[in-house]
Design a protein around this ligand. Structure first.
Ligand code: ATP
Ligand code: MG
Length: 443
């Protein structure tokens, strides 16, 4: 296997006979394919086009997982696809794709494209770092296969005879639970460094091992992420934490030095036991949520990831005699400023992260109507979850977490009682001092 792909891959003149795996030799059943995807596949086929399921859905079905979505590949051009489906729109400038829309469900239909080396003289384009910036050139199925990233992502399920078409040894790698880059790993990671993050995502999600040559490049090439736009990185990072394998993915990101390229400030405080504990607890609870079918809030995850750097900056600003609230606000700003250079986090998300962090401060104020206001805040649940994680990670927050747990679960009588006990704990003098300090800080 080793060297086989390197020799054979993109040389366009080399025609390689694929292995055709007949229906009785693989596990993909039509019952597991979404009816909308089958509709699209059959209509293309009946109109005389080649029609395949391809990419992640074939991989996931063979691994026995439920695919997130179903992608179709065909030799029909996007305009031809549009003619076949009333419910079809063409999207994308860089890659022209057809979306066949069934209510909220979309089946993406891509015309076979060729690998950029072959396309190069025509329309393909690379940057000075060897990255592909445009590769929208139509090709055949055989061309299409070599531009894909990993062998397990390059299998074609043929609706004509229900066979799986395998050019790269993907079936072997699925059986042996191996992640293998198609072609020369160093070159392919360089062409598109996002593949480094995709590799980690598949290793974590599918619990498979990297093939040694692929792993060697994974270990050495984290610096390439510098050349990827922060917006694209952010999209990939979101996916990393939504597969239900966050704990393993987090370990792998660190192992391959990718985490520091995404969250440098968090990496700087990772040697603090509280940071490690906080993140370990957070990834475990994230995976539990996904396994229970719940969603994971990106704002919550970002707040967890950035909390320790924010706390460190807050202490720094407090040494400049700023009141805690102001110090926290300034710390959030400073940490966001640095973070967005690595990942461009949408503004609306940043606002939520900020609110979750600011609520950590507001949790200290437990008199009058303030606890009620905190409780009604749309970010209360996420902020409370962060508070619990902080306690678990070793911050001295026993009393305050118990109080908030009782408060948010309690009825109105109990809540009033709790506010009275909190007043006693804080004492009128301390409250008055806090009030004075706050007023002074506003001036
Ligand atoms: P997911 O389960 O997240 O959908 P996926 O493998 O299907 O995983 P997509 O982004 O949907 O990922 O891409 C579909 C297919 O397109 C992949 O399986 C792969 O064959 C190809 N592909 C996607 N991104 C790249 C890339 N950066 N480089 C090469 N091929 C890619
Ligand atoms: Mg997909």
């Amino acid at each position: 296997m080793k060297g086989f792909l390197k020799r054979l891959r993109p040389s366009a003149k080399n025609t390689i006979e694929p292995t055709i795996v007949p229906r009785h030799e693989h596990s993909i059943s039509r019952a597991a394919i979404h009816p909308n995807a089958l509709k699209v596949l059959y209509r293309l086929h009946d109109a005389g086009y080649e029609s395949y399921l391809v990419g992640g859905c074939v991989r996931d079905l063979l691994f026995g997982c439920r695919p997130k979505d179903f992608d179709v590949a065909t030799n029909a051009r996007p305009e031809e696809v549009r003619k076949l489906f009333k419910n079809c729109r063409l999207i994308g400038k860089r890659f022209r794709l057809a979306h066949v829309v069934f209510g909220r469900d979309i089946i993406e239909v891509a015309t076979f494209r060729t690998h950029h080396e072959k396309a190069h003289e025509q329309h393909g384009k690379s940057s000075q770092h060897g990255m592909i910036i445009r590769d929208n050139v139509y090709g055949t199925r055989e061309d299409d296969v070599w531009r894909r990233d990993f062998t397990i992502n390059a299998l074609y399920y043929n609706i004509a005879d229900f066979s799986v078409v395998d050019y790269t040894g993907g079936m072997h790698d699925i059986q042996h639970k191996l992640l293998r880059m198609i072609g020369d790993p160093e070159q392919r990671f360089t062409e598109d460094p996002v593949r480094l993050l995709r590799a980690v995502r598949f290793l974590g999600k599918l619990k498979i091992q990297p093939e040694p040559e692929t792993e060697k490049s994974l270990c050495q090439l984290s610096h390439l992420l510098e050349h990827v736009s922060p917006a694209r990185l952010f999209q990939e990072v979101l996916k990393l934490f939504q597969e239900g394998a966050t704990a393993l993915t987090f370990q792998l990101l660190q192992k391959y030095h990718l985490f520091e390229r995404l969250f440098s400030q968090t990496t700087d405080v990772l040697d603090q036991p509280e940071t490690k504990k906080l993140l370990d607890e957070a990834v475990i609870s994230t995976d539990e949520r996904v396994q229970e079918g719940k969603t994971v809030s990106p704002a919550f995850l970002l707040a967890v990831l950035l909390w320790r750097p924010i706390l460190q900056q807050t202490s720094h600003f407090q040494t400049e005699n700023l009141p805690p609230y102001v110090a926290l606000e300034k710390a959030i700003q400073a940490v966001f400023h640095t973070q967005t250079k690595q990942l461009s986090i949408p503004r609306v998300l940043m606002v939520s992260v900020r609110e979750i962090c600011m609520l950590q401060h507001q949790f200290n104020h437990r008199h009058g109507s303030r606890p009620y206001r905190a409780l009604e805040h749309p970010r209360f649940r996420a902020a409370y979850d962060l508070l619990l994680l902080r306690k678990k990670s070793g911050e001295p927050l026993e009393e305050i977490t118990d109080w908030w747990t009782a408060f948010h679960l309690g009825d109105s009588v109990e809540r009033e009682k709790l506010i009275k006990t909190a007043n006693k704990i804080m004492g009128p003098k301390r409250r008055a001092n806090q009030f004075r300090k706050k007023r002074a800080s506003r001036v």
